[in-house]
Every structure is written in C-alpha cells, then in structure tokens.
Design a protein around this ligand. Structure first.
Ligand SMILES: *Cc1c(COP(=O)(O)O)cnc(C)c1O
Length: 352
C-alpha cells in the first residue's frame, strides 16, 4: 500500500472546539463544515463536534446528510436557497437559510412553515448581502411575511485577519443592526479571536476548529489550537546528486554541492500544492528540511543531505503535527484553507 495517509485527529477537533467555547461567552458556536469539513470529512467532523451549538453548511444536500445522521441542532445554510424549489426541503429539514438577495425574499412564501432566517447585509465585502442603504426597507419587508420565526442579522468581514481589521465594516453594520434589537452573527474565526465585540448571538467558526491560525503573525500553538489534519508519507527512493545535477521536471533545482535527495510518495494529485517552490518546509524523521525542485503528480523531492539517519521508509510529514500547514501554504503562495480543502479523495484517511 502507498504510504501516504492523512491522519485526522478527532481529539484535536474536539479540543479546538473547547478552546473556542472558552472564549465564546454567551455567543453560540456554529461549526462551519462546508467543503467536506474543510477536507476533513463531513461525518467524522460532525461526530467530533458533538458539543457545538449548531452547524453551517453550503448546500441543502449537506444539511440533509446531517439530518440523516441524526443531527437535531440548528443548521445554517450559508448562501441560502439557490432555487425556489429548495424552499420546501429547507422547511422540511428545519434549516436556517441565509437570505442575501431579493429573489430569496420572494421565495419565502413557498415555505410551508415558519423559518428562522439569517438576513445578510453587505458591509464592505461586496460579495453577498443586501445594501445597508436599504436596511430599513428590507427589515420592513421581511417582517411582513407571516412565516418568519427568528430573524438574525448577519454580515461577513473581508479583513478580520489583516491589519485593516473590522472596525470599518462593524461600525457601519452595528449602527443599523443595534437599533432593531435583533440578534447578530458576524464573526468568523479571525474576528472571533481578535474582536470579541463581534461575537454576537452566533459565531461562525471554521479554520480555528481545524487547528490553523487565521493570522499571519500568530501561530495556532499560540492560540492553543492543535492541528487536526497531518499529512504523512515515507521516502520511497533516494538519489545522490553531484554539483551541477538537478532534480525533477524542468530541473528547477540544481545542486551546488553533493546533495542527498529523498523521493516522497506525495504529489499534486494528492493535494500537495504544485506551486510549492524549492525550500518549502517538510519534516523527515521528525526533523525539518526543505523540498527540492518541482512537485510531480505522485511524488516530490526533499533535501536529506544534513539528515544522515534519513533512509528508505523514513517518515515524512508534509504538514500537520510538528509542521504548521500555514507555513507550507505561505511558501506555496496560498492559505491553509485551500490546502485542507484540496486533500484528494485518493489519500487514505486514518482517524485517531
Ligand atoms: C466559511 C465561512 C465562515 C468560516 O470562516 P473561517 O475563517 O474558516 O472561520 C464564516 N462565515 C461565512 C459566511 C463563511 O462562508
């Protein structure tokens, strides 16, 4: 069997939820499990997140899956219905849809029972949501429908993890929201951690539950989070390069001195980013080293020149325990989210 596995720690997932709970105060936690729980597996994430107050998913199909598993907690549908035809299922399954456009408001009468809804306003992200300029009219309109149970006011931050922060959006949004006295949902992981004032009635937490830091200047360990996914493999071949010899497609790495190379069973078809350049951190035998040259479809090369113990079968950690996924992502010019979500179905998963 190919030695590549993704170890998924249910313990770490439950731990990270407990860390969130410690911060949350009165705010209830919606565990965001869209995109196959950020690549960790939907059903397994649901099992580990038993202590959450609710879940957030993207599609009615995911929500139906949860209900089938016996989940009775609130389920938020992050983009609401995509078609009018989904309204009946939303009612049947007792989902809380986000409503972000006029079309979705028009579909409300199609629900055969009262719905709790998250009314989404655009406070500067300019992706989804009603304009804050139309705030009063929208509130009036939604209150005119007979089949509305609870209304929660929602917005989403564009720069909660960056220097710019959230004030520019939060003040705009809260100025309108607080006059209504309605509950609020605004925080993602970054806002939840850095801006406690945004926690509101419901926090929507994704990345921190999976044990990655949303911030460039703060590690997951500093936030007391534990990585949930560890991608592990082994050295399946070794090469000895003389100065002037290269490794891999395009020979983008050229040895300046005698170099020992380990070939690892993991490539871009497994979800390892092809754009990770020479120098991307990797761990062999528990020691840090670097990748060499281009990542192939099923393999990549690592530098074991200074790791005399490294040999055929030596364990290799691509990311996870001992090697933050955020670091690998940064080298590859992307974010931890994308690496997690890209874990390929062909990678064997070991739950622990
Ligand atoms: C995915 C998502 C979240 C979770 O964001 P994290 O940064 O992973 O915590 C929160 N809110 C919305 C609307 C989302 O789509």
């Amino acid at each position: 069997m190919r030695p590549l596995v993704a170890r998924i720690s249910l313990d770490a997932l439950a731990h990270n939820l407990r860390v969130a709970r410690r911060h949350a105060g009165q705010s209830k936690i919606l565990s965001v499990i869209k995109a196959n729980a950020y690549g960790h597996g939907l059903t397994r994430a649901v099992r580990a997140l038993g202590q959450t107050d609710g879940f957030a998913v993207l599609t009615v199909e995911e929500a139906a899956n949860l209900r089938q598993m016996g989940v009775e907690k609130p389920i938020l549908l992050l983009e609401g219905p995509f078609q009018a035809g989904e309204m009946a299922t939303i009612a049947d399954l007792d989902l809380m849809p986000v409503l972000h456009n006029p079309q979705q408001l028009n579909w409300l009468p199609l629900s055969h029972k009262p719905l709790s809804v998250f009314l989404k306003f655009n406070s500067g992200m300019n992706r989804l949501g009603f304009s804050l300029a139309d705030f009063d009219g929208i509130i009036e309109q939604i209150k005119s429908y007979a089949n509305i149970d609870q209304i929660t006011l929602m917005t989403h931050f564009a720069t909660a993890d960056e220097e710019l922060g959230i004030d520019w959006q939060w003040e705009r949004f809260l100025g309108k929201a607080k006059l209504t006295g309605l509950p609020v949902s605004a925080a993602n992981s970054a806002a939840f951690l850095h801006y406690p004032e945004t926690r509101g009635e419901w926090s929507r937490l994704g990345i921190m539950l999976y044990g990655a830091s949303p911030f460039a200047d703060m590690t997951a360990a500093e936030l007391e989070l534990r990585p949930v996914m560890t991608l592990q493999s082994e050295i399946i071949a070794m090469q000895h390069l003389k100065a002037g010899e290269g490794a891999g497609y395009g020979v983008t790495f050229m040895a300046c001195e005698v170099t020992r190379v380990g070939i690892v069973a993991c490539g871009y078809a497994d979800g390892y980013p092809r754009h990770a350049p020479t120098g991307t951190p990797v761990m062999v035998n528990g020691k840090r080293t670097r990748t060499l040259g281009r990542v192939s479809m099923d393999m990549l090369a690592v530098d074991i020149t200074n790791l005399p113990d490294a040999n055929m079968g030596s364990p290799v950690t691509l990311w996870g325990e001992g090697l933050p996924i955020e670091e690998v992502a940064r080298h590859a010019g992307t974010i931890s989210y994308e690496l997690m979500c890209a874990l390929a179905p062909r990678v064997a998963v070991v739950e622990e």
